[in-house]
Ligand binder design. Structure first.
Ligand SMILES: [Zn+2]
Length: 294
C-alpha cells in the first residue's frame, strides 16, 4: 500500500516536471521570437542624419553672420565633398520620409533664404561646376520689386526677378521654396506670428492669402509650385503648421539649430526641420568642426 502511494507520487512528480519543462520551452520560444522580431524591426528602420545649412548672402570681400564670400562657399563644398557628403533637395527628403525614395548615406541640404540676386551671381556658378544642388526660399514682394523696378543687378541688395527664379529652377540646380509673399516683416506681426486679437479663422485667412499669392505668381511666372515652406525668422506655431499643411506644404524649415534625424516612412521630422546658420564669421573648418559635421 505504502509502496503504491510512493509510486503514484513519483508519477505525479514526473508529470509536474514535464509540465514545467513544457512551460519553460514555450516561454523561451515566445521570448526568442519577440526579440527576433524586435531586432528585425530595428534592422528594417532606415535612418539618415540630414544637416541643413542655412545661407543668406554670398558676396565678394564681405563676411558677416549672414554673409559668406564666394571663396568660403567653394571651400564649404570642397569640405563636404572631401567628407563624402552628397547634396539633396528637400523634395528628396520628403520622398524618403514618405517611404518612397532613398537617400545617400551622407546627405546634406544647402538652403538659401530670401532670394538674393547674389545667390545667382556667385553661388550658382559654383553649384553648377561642382554638380551640387540647393534649396532657395524666395520672398514674393522683394522679387516683385526687383522685377518691376529694374533693381536687378546689385550684389548688395537686389533680389531675384521672376524670370531669374524660373531659370534657376529650370537649371535643375535650385529647388524653390516659399518664404511668404509679404510676411517677412517685424510688424504688424513678427513673420507669420498670429496677432494678439486675431481669431484662428482670421489668421488662417491672412496666412493663406499671403502664402498662396506667392504660389500663384510662382505658378504663372515661373511654372513651378513648391512644397517647402521656410518660416520667416524661424517663427512658427501649431496653427500655422496645420494651415500650411492644408495648403499642400510638406516640409517646414525653421531656424532651430541642429541636425535632423530622418526615418524612412516617418514624416514627423518634416514639420520642424532644423538648420545650421552658415555664419561667415567662421572659416570652413571652424564652422564644420563646431557643428560636428564630418
Ligand atoms: Zn528670411
Amino acid at each position: 500500500m505504502h509502496k503504491a502511494k510512493n509510486k503514484a507520487d513519483t508519477i505525479c512528480m514526473k508529470k509536474l516536471m514535464v509540465k514545467m519543462l513544457c512551460f519553460f520551452v514555450i516561454a523561451c520560444a515566445i521570448f526568442c521570437g519577440f526579440s527576433f522580431q524586435t531586432q528585425q524591426t530595428q534592422a528594417q528602420e532606415v535612418v539618415r542624419n540630414v544637416p541643413i545649412l542655412m545661407y543668406h548672402h554670398v558676396r565678394e570681400n564681405k563676411k558677416g553672420n549672414y554673409v559668406v564670400t564666394p571663396q568660403m562657399f567653394q571651400q564649404d563644398i570642397d569640405y563636404l565633398k572631401k567628407h563624402g557628403f552628397q547634396p539633396i533637395f528637400i523634395s528628396q527628403l520628403i520622398d524618403f520620409c514618405e517611404g518612397k525614395g532613398d537617400l545617400p548615406d551622407k546627405p546634406v541640404v544647402l538652403s538659401f533664404d530670401d532670394g538674393h540676386y547674389n545667390n545667382m551671381k556667385y553661388a550658382f556658378p559654383i553649384l553648377k561646376k561642382e554638380k551640387f544642388k540647393a534649396n532657395l526660399n524666395v520672398i514674393g514682394c522683394f522679387c516683385e520689386h526687383s522685377t518691376s523696378s529694374g533693381d536687378i543687378d546689385n550684389p548688395a541688395n537686389s533680389y531675384l526677378t521672376w524670370s531669374e527664379i524660373k531659370s534657376l529652377h529650370d537649371s535643375g540646380i535650385f529647388e524653390i521654396g516659399n518664404h511668404t509673399y509679404k510676411m517677412h516683416t517685424f510688424s504688424p506681426r513678427f513673420g507669420i506670428a498670429k496677432l494678439k486679437n486675431e481669431s484662428v479663422a482670421e489668421y488662417k485667412k491672412a496666412l493663406s492669402a499671403d502664402v498662396m499669392k506667392l504660389e500663384k505668381v510662382l505658378k504663372e511666372k515661373c511654372g513651378l509650385s513648391t512644397q517647402v515652406f521656410a518660416y520667416p525668422f524661424g517663427e512658427y506655431n501649431a496653427d500655422a503648421e496645420k494651415i500650411l499643411k492644408q495648403l499642400g506644404f510638406k516640409a517646414f524649415l525653421t531656424c532651430n539649430e541642429g541636425c535632423n534625424k530622418a526615418i524612412k516612412g516617418d514624416c514627423k521630422v518634416l514639420s520642424t526641420l532644423k538648420r545650421i546658420n552658415r555664419t561667415g564669421l567662421l572659416n570652413t573648418r571652424e564652422f564644420f568642426e563646431k557643428h560636428n559635421i564630418s
